[in-house]
Design a protein around this ligand. Structure first.
Ligand code: SAM
Length: 218
């Protein structure tokens, strides 16, 4: 098992080679991802892959996203401290940790109770638990009751942008979501201005499916 110092070195290399070298420019995102111990979000056997340039498997057949994808989505979300963010797909809890470190108040929904439990424990251990509320729920249509949100981040693939998620954005709010087929999607940024939603594509990506009425059938 690599020690904390070795992991810190791997983390710094990940930031330089996978993020800075690929045009992630937001200093706050670079700092957050250069600080958070990503290895804490993986099981003991997978810790050696914490800074791999790839998604890594977690329990329940799910994944922790590739570091570059976490950085890109977070940068697009352009969160300011105190803003309210809805995350759909808690998974390991790593993305929620990045958002909380940026000062967001996060509500994160996860359909697998075991993943939600593990993520809760990890965020508490890192002292980020107060900023992140995790609920076990089908979040494919968001959570209208707790909205509107300054940011919505969907960390699983949807066949289309659910209108319910557009409606849960606050004025000026941003939604980042992978949209497309089950095996290949486009990362979309959707910005709300009144009753207009401006969509911009940000390249190809591959995510596990969002399951439910706003996503794919199981
Ligand atoms: N953000 C996560 C992280 O930082 O580790 C990665 C998320 S993983 C790529 C996608 C997650 O979405 C899985 O944990 C999966 O169980 C969850 N998911 C899929 N459909 C969902 C739904 N309808 N509601 C809530 N979570 C869902």
């Amino acid at each position: 098992m690599a020690g904390a110092e070795e992991m810190a070195g791997e983390r710094a290399r990940m930031v330089e080679r996978q993020l800075v070298a690929r045009d992630i420019r937001d200093e706050r995102v670079l700092e957050a991802m250069g600080t958070i111990p990503r290895e804490a979000f993986l099981s003991e056997v997978d810790r050696g892959r914490a800074y791999a340039d790839a998604a890594v498997g977690i329990d329940a057949g799910q994944t922790i996203s590739q570091p570059y994808m976490v950085a890109r989505m977070t940068e697009l979300l352009a969160i300011r401290p105190g803003e309210r963010v809805l995350e759909l797909g808690t998974g390991s809890g790593y993305q929620a940790a990045v958002l909380a470190t940026l000062g967001a108040e996060v509500l994160s929904l996860e359909r697998h109770p075991e993943l939600a439990r593990q993520a809760r424990a990890r965020l508490d251990d890192l002292g980020l638990g107060e900023r992140v509320r995790i609920q076990v729920a089908d979040g494919s249509l968001g959570d209208r009751a707790s909205g509107p949100y300054d940011g919505i981040i969907v960390t699983a693939a949807a066949p289309a942008v659910p209108q319910e998620l557009r409606d849960q954005l606050a004025e000026g709010g941003r939604l980042v979501i992978p949209v497309g087929a089950r095996d290949l999607q486009t990362l979309l940024l959707v910005e709300r201005h009144g009753s207009d939603w401006i969509e911009t594509p940000h390249g190809g990506c591959i995510f596990v499916p969002l399951i439910g009425p706003g996503g794919f059938p199981e």
